[in-house]
Ligand binder design. Structure first.
Ligand code: G3H
Ligand code: 13P
Ligand code: ZN
Length: 311
């Protein structure tokens, strides 16, 4: 099976009331852990690459690793650019074999976001590639994007129809209170998402796939292991799983997960070195790191996304 676009995946997910997991990948162990989990659960997958991941691992290496995972698993897998910020970056990924791209124009004015997104859609659709746009701004920090709380803003449901019609995007990322990174809520703050906004968006765009970024749950088990083994992440708080399940049963068809993968991997490595400080063979600490990724992804596919047995 070759790489697939997200079109058919989203049609099935919308009708079936589940979501596809979009997992960020940076190296071989992460790709293996995710795809081994998906094979055992017979789940479709989106593997996504940020511009930072592309700089770290090299475009060709990542494409070849994902192709190897398809050969090994036989699963429908889409290779997606996460948070593309320019037409040139999106074009380079489309020309280089990606089957889906995100153009994140959320930091531009509404009009400029439409113009940039439309430009990417025209090129992408001419090459059979699907496009995700974004309206509204999530707070949080990643390599390439850093949005302070005061600059974050919820998606305005009154804008979504015009944006989708004028751009021709295939899916839309919206801001309803999720944020990037491991510190999504303040200690003592009750985690909340604006499901009223999601409902309004759903009414204005019936049948149209919605994307949630910043959707890691920051699983306490991994944070506790990190902190028990020399780490310092006392206030890490994520999105409760029941909220993600609710979103997946609504119009949300793609749920982005990166921070949880980082935590699962780091927990295994910290624990390994605390218990076996004499070890220095990378295979000794990357094997449990990969096993933790697999365990985490199986949990997400079955208990959060509901996409097991949907490949
Ligand atoms: O939302 C983006 C992902 O978490 C990627 O993060 O830019 O540090 O690779 P990165
Ligand atoms: P998290 O930081 O919550 O994992 O979000 C990842 C993401 O949105 C990637 O685009
Ligand atoms: Zn994101």
């Amino acid at each position: 099976m070759p790489l697939v676009s997200t079109k058919e995946m989203f049609e099935k997910a919308y009708k079936g009331g589940y979501a596809i997991g979009a997992f960020n990948v940076n190296n071989m162990e992460i790709i293996q852990g995710i795809t081994e989990a998906a094979k055992e659960e017979n789940a479709p997958l989106i593997l996504q690459v940020s511009s930072g991941a592309r700089k770290y691992a090299n475009h060709t290496y990542l494409v070849k690793l994902v192709e190897a995972a398809i050969q090994e698993t036989g699963l429908p897998i889409a290779l997606h650019l996460d948070h593309g910020d320019t037409f040139e970056l999106c074009k380079s990924c489309i020309d280089g074999g990606f089957t889906s791209v995100m153009i994140d124009g959320s930091h531009h004015s509404f009009e400029d976001n439409i113009a940039l997104t439309r430009q990417v859609v025209e090129y992408a659709h001419a090459h059979g590639v699907t496009v995700e746009g974004e309206l509204g701004r999530l707070a949080g920090i990643e390599d390439a994007v850093n949005v302070s709380e005061k600059d974050a803003s919820y998606t305005d449901p009154d804008q979504v129809q015009e944006f989708v019609e004028k751009t021709g995007v295939d899916s839309l990322a919206i801001a309803i209170g999720t944020s990037h990174g491991a510190y999504k809520f303040k200690p003592g703050q009750k985690p909340q998402l604006r499901f009223d906004i999601l409902e309004e968006v759903e009414k204005r765009l019936p049948g149209f796939p919605i994307v949630l970024h910043g959707a890691s749950s920051v699983i306490p088990k991994y944070v506790d292991i990190i902190n028990a083994n020399g780490g310092r992440m006392p206030d890490a708080i994520g999105i409760p799983e029941e909220m993600l399940r609710k979103a997946a049963s609504m119009a949300v068809c793609k749920i982005n997960i990166d921070s949880d993968l980082r935590l699962a991997m780091t927990a295994a490595i910290r624990e390994h070195f605390a218990q076996s400080p004499e070890h220095f063979d990378p295979r000794q600490y990357l094997s449990p790191a990969r096993a933790n990724i697999k365990e985490l992804v199986k949990h997400k596919l079955v208990n959060v996304l509901g996409c097991n047995n949907k490949a």
